[in-house]
Design a protein around this ligand. Structure first.
Ligand code: FES
Length: 73
């Protein structure tokens, strides 16, 4: 894979979208095969196909932390 720097987008209430040339490895450091240039990594823990997102975050109602609101001046 080639074409610019890799980019990771943290989707609100969803996965991490990874675009670009990044090697994904399992906890033992073994490469996990990618079939697409853009992949979605689960961060809710509910997926049935780790490390990939399978949409289960919607079923379990996964919510990412909201940015803190700055204090009023
Ligand atoms: S983030 Fe989508 S299944 Fe976990």
């Amino acid at each position: 894979m080639s074409g610019g720097p890799a980019r990771v987008v943290a989707c609100p209430d969803g996965p991490l979208l990874v675009r670009g040339d990044v090697e994904v490895v399992d906890p033992d450091g073994r490469p996990v095969e990618r079939h697409r240039r853009t992949v979605a990594l689960c961060r809710c823990g509910a997926t049935g196909i780790p490390p990939w997102c399978d949409g289960s975050h919607k079923v379990v109602g996964y919510r990412t932390p909201r940015p803190e609101t700055p204090p009023a001046p």
